[in-house]
Design a binder for this molecule. Structure first.
Ligand SMILES: Nc1nc2c(c(=O)[nH]1)N[C@H]1C(S)=C(S)[C@@H](COP(=O)(O)O)O[C@H]1N2
Ligand SMILES: [Mo]
Length: 412
């Protein structure tokens, strides 16, 4: 049924039955009409503590407020390792295409906006989300608009041997590299200081950068992005331009993008090789083996968002993301896993990149405290892991925690 006001007038003029008219009004009327109270949100007992680093992490999602698949631009979370750069002037901004290309270029924002425009709905999540009690809302979903990256790289002419693409941000910060063994020399721009072991530390100003293999960078869904939800990117989210790499954790989505550099070797900057590296301890033939992987592709995850009460009945509403979702199950108080009802997924190109909402009819639970958790499966048969699953339990670093999330609630 079309619920636009014009069709409603048309319906009433047509002289439908009183009951028919009532049904229409109920469907399109404001919540609370006809004595039906709007659902009431019951806040979680386990509220996150205050964010201890507001300068670096902002606008964390308050799960109870989730009521639309799209998070508005002014509520979108941000993670800024080096702060927001000064001089974000769209008219003077350039994105350089450099390195192993036959035709290096320097693109203005106008150049980028003159190219094909495309939108993708994509759930951006920091790979550190769920790692600390305060950090549970490092996630948001938006419509990212921009121009495809691949044609820009291809038209620059990739030189033989090109294998890696680095995305540089305009932001930078001081980074200390431990024990540089006292190497000094002319032209050195960093600061060299004795360290506690008798060696020497090197302090440099490092620009934010992340890389991908050339094949990964050429993925058709990557965007050079200049819009969030149809408007300009907020300053904290990369204005005037950023990379949007659907299917990758937040860190790969480089903000304030000003240089795309093609290399013939691996790039091992801080955010590839020293930070955002997942280290696991595994057992092979009773030997401890350590594995090291750069945080990159996303992992299947879900969470209960909120519990609501309407007319004495309770429901749980939540989200599942980072894959095409096949099912979500809910577990109350360590009981049996029971299926939730999935909402419509985002369509077209956004399918699998945008989170999918679900709901679970909890009925009339006993008063007192309860725990609620969810787990998702995707269309390839992957199951979101438990905290005891080796992929989670073997980690010795905190990134990429996609284990079930347990929330606590008190029913009056
Ligand atoms: N230039 C730059 N890009 C960046 C970052 C940054 O600090 N500088 N933080 C990254 C991290 S760790 C995350 S989780 C995402 C967060 O994107 P958002 O701030 O738009 O939510 O941005 C990524 N891109
Ligand atoms: Mo992040």
């Amino acid at each position: 049924m079309n619920s636009k006001p014009t069709s409603r007038r048309g319906f009433l003029k047509g002289g439908g039955s009183a009951l028919g008219q009532l049904t229409v009004l109920r469907l399109i009327g404001p919540p609370g009409a006809f004595g039906q109270s709007a659902p009431e949100v019951i806040p979680w007992l386990d509220q996150p503590p205050a964010n201890p680093i507001p300068a670096a992490i902002g606008n964390l999602l308050r799960w109870e407020s989730l009521d639309s698949r799209i998070i508005s631009a002014n509520n979108f979370f941000s993670v800024n390792h080096y702060g927001i750069p000064a001089n974000l002037d769209e008219t003077r901004w350039r994105v350089d295409i450099a390195g192993m290309v036959d035709r290096p270029r320097s693109l203005t924002i106008a150049d980028l906006k003159a190219r094909d425009r495309r939108e993708v709905e994509f759930t951006l999540e920091c790979s550190g989300n769920s790692a600390f009690p305060f950090f549970r809302g490092g996630i948001g979903n938006g419509r990212w608009g921009g121009t495809p990256l691949a044609p820009i790289l291809l038209s620059a002419g990739l030189a033989d041997g090109a294998s890696e693409v680095v995305f540089w941000g305009a932001d930078s910060g001081e980074v200390t590299i431990r024990d540089n063994s006292g190497i000094t020399g002319p032209g050195q721009t960093g600061r060299v200081e004795p360290d506690t072991t008798g060696g020497q530390d090197l302090t440099i100003t490092e620009q934010f950068a992340r890389s991908m293999s050339l094949a990964e960078a050429l993925h058709q869904d990557n965007l050079i992005c200049y819009e969030l939800n149809g408007g300009p990117l907020p300053a904290a989210n990369g204005y005037p331009v950023r990379l949007i790499a659907p299917g990758w954790y937040g860190v790969a989505n480089v903000k304030w993008l000003n240089r795309i550099e093609v290399l013939d070797h691996r790039f091992v900057g801080k955010f590839m090789a020293r930070d955002y590296v997942t280290i696991r301890e595994e057992r092979r033939d009773s030997q401890a083996v350590w594995t090291f992987t750069t945080v990159g592709p996303v992992r299947l995850k879900s969470a209960p968002a909120k519990v609501t009460r309407q007319g004495g009945r309770y429901s749980v509403m939540g989200a599942a993301w980072h894959a095409q979702i096949a099912g979500v199950e809910v577990q109350i108080d360590d009981g049996a896993w029971r299926p939730a009802v999935l909402d419509t997924p985002a369509a077209g190109r956004s399918r699998g990149y945008s989170w999918r909402f679900w709901s679970f009819d909890w009925g009339m639970p006993a008063s007192g405290e309860h725990t609620i958790r969810s787990r998702a499966t995707d269309i390839d048969g992957n199951l979101q892991p438990a905290a005891t699953d080796p992929v989670i339990a073997n980690r010795r670093t905190y990134w990429e925690n996609n284990a079930y999330i347990t929330r606590r609630i008190a029913i009056p």
